[in-house]
Design a protein around this ligand. Sequence first.
Ligand code: CUA
Length: 155
Amino acid sequence: MHLHAAEKIWLRAGVIMLGCFMAIITVLALVDGVVPPSSGTTIDPNLVSKTPPFDHPGLHRIGDHEYEAYYVAQVFSFTPSEMHLPVHSRVVFYVTSPDVVHGFSVPKTGINVMVIPGWVSSVRYTFHQPGTYLLLCNEYCGASHHLMSGKIIVE
Ligand code: CUA
């Protein structure tokens, strides 16, 4: 097959660029200690149901209008599936997964994190508006991904 000289130059440039990108990704992953976004701590995904506080997921009051919410995301539900909060609650959500990658997203808020097995993802939010907030998985996680949802009721 005959290739024009300009095509050969562009092919070589493409291969060199691919090599550079692979090298950068490898260096960042292995040397620079890159971790998933929003993830602070690690957890054994096989022991989520036995690891406090994820052995009893739910809402923990830590102060005046201050809460910590522990969630387990698994195929195809969130535990707890429903959470009640007083209005003006400041909440730090901690979410982990024992199986596959999920999403933890509450539309129209800033809550949107990827939940990766082996990691605890966290996000904080203050609920100033009462109402029923939909909690959604926005990472495709299997055949019933579209059914994976929950509710946060602020009253
Ligand atoms: Cu969990 Cu999609």
